[in-house]
Each structure stands twice: as C-alpha cells, then as structure tokens.
Design a protein around this ligand. Structure first.
Ligand code: G3H
Length: 525
C-alpha cells in the first residue's frame, strides 16, 4: 500500500468550531468521528480523518435566528445591498476558496473516494460555477436596469430575495452540488443555514473562515450534525422560505412536512433518478458501449445522472453484452490517487452489502452476472456486476442503486422502454443510441415528455452547467443551471408608478441621487 506523500493524512481534522452569526463558535459538546473507508495500512482498517461537532436543536435554532436577523424581514444589510457590493463579497470568497484547492481535493478523495482527476474537476467546476454565477447575475442586473411602460404605468422590475434558505447537499458532490445551491441563494440576497453532507463534511471546514470574512454576519451559517436533528426544529418554526436540497425524495418530503405553512415554502430539489440508456438496432455499438461504460460506472455509479438501467434491442443484445462486460472488466479499481483508477472505494460502509442484496435478488429471479469480475468484493468495494436479463420482478429494476451494479434489459418493441419510463417514478434524463432519423424522430418527441434531457448518442450528465438541470416526477422540483438557479432563489418584484409629471419628477430624482439600491439604471460592468 503506497500513498503518495502529498496525499497522506498527516494530521487529522478535529473541527471544533461552527459558524453562526459571523462567529466561529467553539463546541464543547458531543462530537462524531469521521472515517474514510480507505485504509492507510496494509491490513485493512478504515482511516480516522477527524471529527465534527454534533450540534443540537439549540444551535440549529441559533443558526436560524442569525439568518433571520441578517435578513431582518427584508430590511437587513444583505438583502438591501447594491448588487455590485454583494458581488464583491462573493469575489472575495472565491478568491480565498481557490487557495484551498489542494486541501479540499485531498479531503474529497479520502472522504468520498472520488478519483484525483474527478476531485480536481469537482473543485474547478465549482469555482467556474461561482464566476459564471457572478457574470450571469451582472447580466440579469443589466437587463433590469430600465423602465417598462404599459397602459400608462411605468415599471422598474428586478428579482429580489425570498428570505431564509435551508441548504442541504449530497455526499456524491459534497462541494459542487451544495455550492450550486448555496452560492446562487446568497448572491440573490437571501441568508442561509447550510449543513454539509454526511460524507464529505470535513472538506467544507477549510472554507469557514472565508465564509466568515467575506459576507456580513449571519448571511452564511454552517452547522454540523445530524440532518434530521437540525433541520426538523428549524422547519417547524415556519420561518424558512426556501428548502434547497439535493438528495432523496424521502428525506425531502419528511423535512418539508415539518413546515407549518407549506404555501410559503419554496422548494428547490435535485432528487433520485434511474436514467435509462436505450440502444437501438442500428446504434454505433462501440460508441454506445463507451458512453454506457462512462455513464454507468463513473464515480462507481454514484451520480444522480448515472445510467442506472440499459435497454438493448434484441437483435444486438448478445454482442452488446459480451463487449460491454469485457469493457467493464477492463476498468481499473484503485485508490483515488492511483494512476488510471476508474473505480474507487465506496464511502458508505453498508453499500457493498446493499449492492450484493440487489445482485442476489436478481440472481434468484433469473438474471446472471455476465462479467467475470462482477460482484467481487473487498473491504470497501464491490466490482460492478452486469446483470442480464433483468425484469420488473427484480429490485435492481426499480431501485436507484446509486452504486456499482448495471442491469441490462432487452426489448423488441420500442414501446416497452417508453412504457417502462412512463410508469417509473423517475424522470430526469435518458440516453438514446441510434442513427436512423425516421426512428429517432418520433422517439425523441415522446422522450422529451417523459424526462427533461434526451442525450443523443451520449451518456447522461448534468453539465455544462449553463444548461437546465431538472427532472419530472420524483426526480426534481425547480430547475437549476447557472441562470435558472438565480431565478429559483428569487422572485420578481417591482416599483410601479402612473405616468404623471409628479411621479416622473420623483423617479428622476431617485435615479439622479442614486440613493435607492433598487431603483437604478446604472449599467453594471
Ligand atoms: O449526482 C448528480 C449530479 O448532478 C451529476 O452531475 O452529471 O456532472 O456527474 P454530473
């Protein structure tokens, strides 16, 4: 076992503070140890990475109070600040964040087992996301730096904040997906309480000081502990205006159910999915296999956008299965820093057992594991099994496996995958592999109404982040993209005045004196 020196854990991170109301408060209570499922020794042993505070209802409510007083019912410094000034705070934050790259990348590898290139990509993509958000917000501000006139009424329309945002992110993209919620939420003038994911929590700690010194007190509050313990009392107060969550619909529903005034609660959710690939008889098989490998196995299938079920036409299923199985078995398993490692340790200790259950259940109901390495288990990994033929009786057909197991279903009539997709609880994306436009045209016309992104001859993915990321049914609520997220975390609000000389004089004076941060036709460069 050789771990390159720059990636060794020389010092554990025992996080003893949390951020509330601009203060890094010292925690003296209970803590929870954070382990990596990656071993640092020859003989397998999870590695202790550090610990985090296990905060209680009291601190959760303190964080809420801090966010509420920073928002101050829309009258706080932050929600009334000039857009330009909020952007300056965000720029200050991202500049400091960039200095933490190696520390965060290292923790991404240890905490969630993400490969070095993917961990670097997650960090860099997040930094880009912040800069793109700033640019988009400037454009949005420029577009609203004007007056409309209709039916004798002038209107100066902008987007304003909604209030207090509770932000909960997932373990598979603990930095990127969480920040893709948090950053647009705060830049629009909201205040936030943010609880990092269960796995991928220490990697947030190098950023606490940057949050503290970049934003006015109470704008960003970071709490550690159990999701339900902290979120439940906060939601019960009815003071949260937006619940922003990437995770499972079960937790999303349970958390939102605590809010006493549901009509006041805006939901921004990215939820579970089971994106299918559909391989048509005339597909370029090599291309389809390469894309399906990438779609089903990158980050061990732990992506909401992963291909989680593959439909292959009867006429080519044999060839597909043999080539696909060989390609799966050619993937290298290793630790995140190992050169060329495509498969890496699973961060959840119970995951291998769960995947094994899915395999056993499918075997009992008639499927076989096609690839030789499929199901090989080590202390922190189970090699992806290609299961065939999979049918509706099997758990792996219905459940979002979110891990390394790949069900393959054959079809003779295209109506079968279409019916299955229409019946399923998911509706995020699909990948279609084929060439014949006469077949593709009607298929695309149906698929776009079943999911929200049809990927032609390529695997499913969220990026580029400027494109809409959303889903139907249990797969999402609201739309995220650099631009759409700014909309999701804000509301249109405007000043209207009848076209009279009296009002015009007032408006001109407001514009000339530049005393209002809202009424302004200044062009933000
Ligand atoms: O887990 C879901 C992510 O949004 C997927 O993003 O397609 O870039 O891996 P990705």
């Amino acid at each position: 076992m050789s771990i390159p020196s720059q990636f060794q854990i020389e010092k554990q991170t025992h996080q003893s503070t949390y951020l509330i109301n601009g203060e890094l408060k010292e925690w003296k209570g209970q803590t929870a140890e954070v382990y990596s499922t990656i071993s640092s020794t020859e003989e397998y042993k999870p590695t202790l990475l550090g610990s985090i505070p296990v905060l209680t209802e009291t601190e959760a409510l303190d964080a809420l109070e801090a966010a509420a007083s920073a928002y101050n019912r829309g009258q706080g410094l932050w929600p009334t600040m000039k857009v330009e000034e909020r952007i300056a705070c965000m720029e200050k934050f991202v500049e400091q964040m960039k200095t933490k790259r190696s520390e965060i990348v290292k923790l991404l590898m240890w905490e969630i087992g993400k490969s070095l290139p993917d961990s670097e990509k997650e960090f860099d993509r997040t930094v880009d996301y912040i800069y793109d958000t700033i640019e988009d917000y400037k454009q949005m501000d420029r577009d609203s730096a004007k007056f409309h006139k209709n039916s004798g009424v002038y209107a100066h329309i902008r987007r304003g904040p909604l209030g207090i945002v509770l932000c909960l992110g997932p373990y598979n993209y603990p930095l990127n997906e969480t920040f893709a919620l948090l950053i647009p939420a705060i830049i629009m003038g909201n205040t936030a309480i943010f609880k990092p994911a269960k796995h991928g929590v220490l990697l947030i700690t190098p950023l606490l000081e940057a949050f503290q010194n970049s934003f006015p007190k109470g704008v960003v509050n970071v709490v550690f502990g159990r999701g339900r313990t902290l979120a439940t009392p906060i939601m019960k107060t009815g003071r949260v205006d937006v619940l922003a969550l990437i995770g499972h619909s079960k937790s999303a529903n349970a958390i939102q159910a605590n809010h006493p005034n549901k009509n006041r609660l805006r939901l921004v959710f990215g939820l579970e999915a089971k994106n299918p690939a559909i391989v048509l008889p005339d597909a370029d098989l090599d291309l389809a296999i390469a894309e399906c490998i990438n779609g089903a196995t990158s980050f061990n299938g732990q992506r909401c956008t992963a291909l989680k079920i593959i439909y292959v036409h009867d006429s080519i299923v044999e060839e597909f299965n043999s080539k696909f199985s060989a390609a799966v078995d050619a993937l290298k398993f290793g630790n995140p820093w190992d050169e060329g490692a495509k498969l890496t340790p699973l961060p959840e200790p119970g995951k291998t057992a769960y995947i094994q259950e899915l395999i056993d259940d499918a075997h009992e109901k008639g499927a076989k594991t096609l690839n030789a390495k499929g199901g090989e288990t080590t202390d922190n990994f189970i090699y992806p099994a290609v299961l065939y033929p999979v049918n509706k009786e099997m758990r792996v057909y219905h459940e979002e496996q979110f891990g390394p197991v790949i069900p393959v279903v054959s079809f003779s009539d295209i109506q079968k995958p279409l019916d299955d997709m229409a019946e399923s609880n998911y509706g995020q994306q699909v990948s279609v592999f084929g060439r014949d436009t006469e077949k593709l045209a009607p298929l695309i016309d149906s698929l776009v109404n079943l999911v929200c992104r049809v990927n032609l001859n390529s695997s499913c993915q969220r990026g580029p982040d400027v494109y809409p990321f959303t889903g139907r049914k249990d797969s999402a609520v609201a739309t995220l993209s650099v631009h759409d997220a700014l909309r999701s975390f804000s509301i249109r609000t405007f000043v209207a005045s009848k076209d009279t000389s009296y009002n015009k004089e007032i408006l001109n004076e407001l514009l000339d004196k530049k005393e209002s941060n809202f009424i302004s036709t200044d062009y933000l460069l």
